[in-house]
Ligand binder design. Structure first.
Ligand code: AGP
Length: 613
């Protein structure tokens, strides 16, 4: 969490930084701050609790000049979100300033030691300790700033992406990374630093992804990258594929709504060039060297968090059904702290939209140590997880900016579907004719999602009925169960209504006690193998006066007769049900949240990339 931006060059730094902070606000919005070095080498630092717009208002009548500067948008870990704990933080002599994304785990003992040597701290943050440590090393060991930063980074334990500015070195930014993302944009006589490429893309397409344990010493003409062991590195300059319009709302009121409506395209982009319905072939270039691994795999373990974990549950159904490989789906945060039994014949699939989730990264490291093959399913190109895994598949959903994941989920499910079919093709567990049928139907999914989106007006009307609910229950069976979990997560994270997802048949083992006329029960009741069973579950809810909203297959009459509200989705093969049934649930939570006056793109307490455990 936390977003960082830096600039050095010939342009005014402030507009670049503030725009960059708006783009990175999805990473945290507890407070924001900037540091700018003006032409008299005065270091102006402005910081404010709350959103970036608060900071912007505050700075409007201040000196925001300078061609070198940096900014930070915070998701609070150490210290409450107030002005004092906002970044940038300064050294005791006020000559150095730092911004930081990550956690310095051993800040406690370092702080004690520094206090005993006379350092006075203003904030409660771990970050302030690091800048004091650098100042201390610089003074005590008589080192220049570059060397002092390097020595200090060898003393700290934890994760960081940092940028440092100094009054005494007015033409220099120092950036370093370990475990938190950092991209450096390379322009003509200018450099940009950011947590991701979104603040950079409109200025240059040339970027360097800093690796862990690397420090970049940047002035307006030159960049020098060294490891923290002082070994010079040759940077690789990548060409960005990101386009500016992908980062804008494009006429929609919210990024979440835009991203919901982008799904026909994002699902299509995920499949493009990978499926051949006429010949019944799936090609996944990223994992093509792993065909033998799939043939011999004892087991697949999927690790992920949140929405990505829900996609993993859908993957479990698909892989077991079509490739006949046993699958376990694990919360990365739990998996990493167990002593899981993993063999070299296991394949671990890590799923992450951001490619930066700390728990998922730690789960990958653990499985790697134990000898498993690690494959990734990620959306953000160049993020950390694709670099940690042995191979993988990008989802190509495009940037997802709304904190609540929507198109990333359906793209992950699409990628898992492709993987399941690819494994089945490799193992020979699916006949050619069945694969041709499945791929032919899969190719139609973007068009069917388009149709599902046509229910938006109806969903808004239903949202009006449910907007004041305090609780909601989401039920589904089979692959409808992860859809129910995902529907519940969407509702709770953006509307703050308590919601639970449950396997429909489990309801009678406890949750049924919650049902009364106040309780909306949203049921995935499409025509598939568990249809009849779900009908029985709906009857159980109705017998207890629950209010039922059913997601049904178009033309359904049976469920319509018993449910209070129904939303139709087009008919499709059971394999692809989650891709369609999720759509109305996303729209439902969007409208409910909006009717309740919630901030749908930036729900409270959340951040898009969870880079701390
Ligand atoms: C879902 O809407 C949330 N944004 C969250 O659960 C998210 O899916 C989770 O934090 C995992 O993120 P990742 O996919 O970037 O790893």
């Amino acid at each position: 969490m936390c977003g960082i931006v830096g600039y050095i060059g010939y342009r005014d730094a402030y507009p670049i930084i503030i725009k960059g902070l708006h783009r990175l606000e999805y990473r945290g919005y507890d407070s924001a701050g900037v540091a700018l070095l003006n032409e008299n080498d005065k270091l102006n630092i402005y910081k404010k609790a709350g959103k970036v717009s608060n900071l912007e208002n505050f700075i409007s009548d201040q000196d925001a000049s300078g061609h070198i500067g940096m900014g930070h948008t915070r998701w609070a870990t150490h210290g409450e979100p107030n002005d004092r704990n906002s970044h940038p933080h300064q050294s005791g002599n006020e000559k150095l300033a730092i911004i930081h994304n990550g956690i310095i785990e051993n800040y406690g003992p370092i702080k004690e030691e520094l206090i005993s040597r006379g350092h006075v701290f203003i904030s409660d943050t771990d970050t302030e300790v690091l800048i004091h440590l650098i100042e201390d090393i610089q003074k005590e060991a008589c080192l220049d700033l570059k060397e002092a930063v390097r020595v200090a980074l060898n003393e700290v334990i934890g994760a960081y992406a940092i940028v440092i500015m100094s009054k005494d070195n007015p033409n220099q930014l120092i950036a370093a990374r370990k475990g938190s993302p950092m991209v450096i944009g390379v322009g003509e006589k200018e450099f940009f630093i950011a947590s991701d490429a979104t603040p950079i893309v409109e200025y240059t397409k040339n970027v360097i992804y800093l690796n862990d344990n690397e420090i970049a010493y940047i002035d307006e003409n030159e960049i020098l990258i060294k490891t923290i062991d002082n070994v010079i590195q040759t940077p690789y300059v990548h060409a960005l594929e990101l386009k500016l319009e992908m980062l804008e709302k494009g006429g929609y009121d919210h990024f979440m709504l835009k991203e919901i409506y982008e799904q026909p395209r994002s699902i299509h982009d995920c499949m493009r060039g990978r499926i051949y319905p006429l010949t019944g072939k799936v090609q996944l270039g990223g994992i093509k060297d792993y065909a033998d691994k799939f043939k011999n795999a004892d087991r697949i373990i999927i690790v992920a968090c949140g929405t990505s974990w829900h996609a993993g549950l859908v993957g479990e159904y698909l892989i077991e059904e079509y490739a006949r490989i046993p699958v376990e789906v694990e919360y990365a945060s739990e998996f990493r702290y167990r002593n899981p039994i993993i063999s070299e014949k296991d394949i671990v699939i890590a799923i992450s939209q951001s490619g930066e989730t700390a728990d998922t990264m730690a789960a990958i490291e653990l499985a790697k140590e134990k000898g498993a093959t690690i494959l990734g399913i990620c959306n953000v190109v160049g993020s950390s997880i694709p670099r940690l895994t042995h191979a993988g598949v990008y989802t190509h959903a495009g940037p997802e900016i709304g904190v609540a994941s929507t198109k990333a989920f359906t793209a992950q499910v699409t990628a898992l579907t492709l993987m399941a079919f690819y494994m089945a093709q490799t193992k020979g567990t699916l006949s050619q004719s069945k694969l041709i049928n499945l791929l032919t139907e899969l190719e139609r999914i973007p068009e069917l999602v388009e149709k599902a989106l046509l229910s938006n007006d109806l969903i808004l009307e239903i949202a009006k009925k449910f907007k004041d609910s305090r609780n909601a229950l989401f039920l589904g069976r089979g692959s409808g169960f992860p859809v129910a979990l995902e529907g519940a997560l969407k509702l709770k994270e953006i509307s703050y209504i308590h919601a639970e997802g449950y396997p429909a048949a489990e309801m009678k083992h406890g949750p049924i006690a919650l049902i009364d006329e106040e309780m909306p029960v949203i049921v995935i009741a499409t025509k598939n193998s568990s249809y009849e069973k779900v009908i029985s579950n709906i009857q159980e809810v109705k017998a207890r006066k629950g209010v039922v909203l059913a997601i049904v297959t178009e033309g359904d009459t049976e469920v319509r007769a018993m449910a209070d509200y129904t939303i139709e989705i087009p008919h499709t093969d059971e394999a692809f049900l989650p891709l369609l049934a999720t759509i109305p649930l996303q729209l439902l939570s969007y409208h409910i949240a909006l009717l309740r006056g919630c901030n749908v793109d930036q729900p409270r307490n959340l951040a898009k990339s969870v880079t701390v455990e």
